[in-house]
Design a protein around this ligand. Structure first.
Ligand code: MLT
Length: 263
C-alpha cells in the first residue's frame, strides 16, 4: 500500500512510526531537529493521516510491509534506524523480526512487547464497533486523551493536547477500527525480542500508563544490545510532551551509531 509520508534532511535514514490513532504530525519537532543531520522519513501508517484506510484488519506485519514498500519506493536500500511509538513500536518490532536486514538500529518508544489480554482484545472490538457505528473516531479519541499524556501536560498544556486531538479526529472510523482489530491480534513478542541484535534504544515517559516503565525495562533487559532511557515528568507521548529531552536522548543514541557504512 502506498503511504503518505514526510521526508526531510539528508544523511543516514531515520524512520519514525507514529502511535494510534495519530499520524506523522506527532513527530513535527523530531523531524525539525533530526533532519539537520539525518534523512528523516515519517509515514502515515495505513488507516491514519493521509494514507488509505481500507476496511480491513491492519496486522502489524502488514503495516511493517507497507513501510518496507515505502523504503523500496524511495530507493532506500541501506539499513535504516527505525523508531516507533506505541502502535508504531509494535510495527517496528514486526519489521525488525520480519525484515531484519533493513535495520541498522531500532528505537522502541513508549511501546510494549506483550500481546493484548482477552479482555483488552474484547474492549478493542467493542470500540471498533462503536466507532464504525458512529462513523466517527470521537469516542476512542476521548477515551484515549487522559491516558496519552502525563499529569503536567494534562494540567499545563491544554493547547498541546488540543493540537493532537484535532489530528486524532482526522482518523477515519475504518482506520481506527482496522488498527484496533490489528492490535488486538498482535503476537506476544517477549520470546522473540532476544533475536533482535541491532543496537536498540528503549525510551519511556516516566508517567506512561499505557506502556509503563517496568515493561520498557523488561524489553531493554531482554534485548542483546538494548538500553533504557526514561523521560522524566511525561506520559505516553514522550516525544511530543518533552521534545527537547526526548530529542537529546535520540541524538545521543544516533551519534553513538556513527554515520553508517555509506559515510
Ligand atoms: C498507541 O499509542 O499507539 C496505542 O495506545 C497503542 C495501544 O492501544 O496498544
Amino acid at each position: 500500500m502506498l503511504l503518505a509520508f514526510t521526508e526531510q534532511g539528508s544523511g543516514p535514514v531515520v524512520v519514525l512510526l507514529h502511535g494510534f490513532p495519530l499520524n506523522r504530525a506527532m513527530w513535527a519537532e523530531q523531524i525539525q531537529t533530526l533532519s539537520a543531520s539525518y534523512r528523516v522519513i515519517a509515514p502515515d501508517l495505513r488507516g491514519h493521516g493521509d494514507s488509505p484506510a481500507p476496511d480491513a484488519v491492519y496486522t502489524m506485519d502488514a503495516m511493517a510491509d507497507d513501510v518496507v514498500e515505502l523504503l523500496d519506493g524511495l530507493g532506500v536500500v541501506e539499513p535504516v534506524v527505525l523508531g516507533g511509538l506505541s502502535m508504531g513500536g509494535y510495527v517496528a518490532l514486526a519489521m525488525a523480526l520480519k525484515h531484519p536486514s533493513r535495520l541498522r538500529a531500532l528505537m522502541l518508544i513508549d511501546t510494549r512487547a506483550v500481546a493484548d489480554s482477552p479482555e483488552a482484545a474484547k474492549g478493542r472490538e467493542e470500540s471498533a464497533q462503536a466507532v464504525l457505528k458512529a462513523g466517527s473516531p470521537r469516542s476512542v479519541v476521548e477515551a484515549m486523551i487522559p491516558k496519552l499524556f502525563g499529569k503536567s501536560t494534562l494540567d499545563q498544556h491544554p493547547d498541546r493536547i488540543e493540537t493532537m486531538r484535532v489530528e486524532m479526529e482526522k482518523t477515519s472510523a475504518s482506520g481506527v477500527a482496522g488498527a484496533l482489530r490489528g492490535m488486538a491480534i498482535r503476537p506476544d513478542r517477549r520470546g522473540e525480542i532476544a533475536q533482535i541484535t541491532v543496537p536498540t534504544l528503549v525510551v519511556v515517559g516516566e508517567e506512561d500508563v499505557i506502556a509503563p516503565p517496568d515493561e520498557a525495562r523488561a524489553i531493554a533487559e531482554a534485548l542483546p544490545d538494548g538500553r533504557l532511557e526514561v523521560v522524566p515528568g511525561v506520559g505516553h507521548l514522550s516525544p511530543y510532551e518533552s521534545p527537547r529531552a526526548f530529542d537529546e536522548i535520540v541524538l545521543r543514541f544516533l551519534q553513538g551509531l556513527g554515520r553508517g557504512e555509506s559515510d
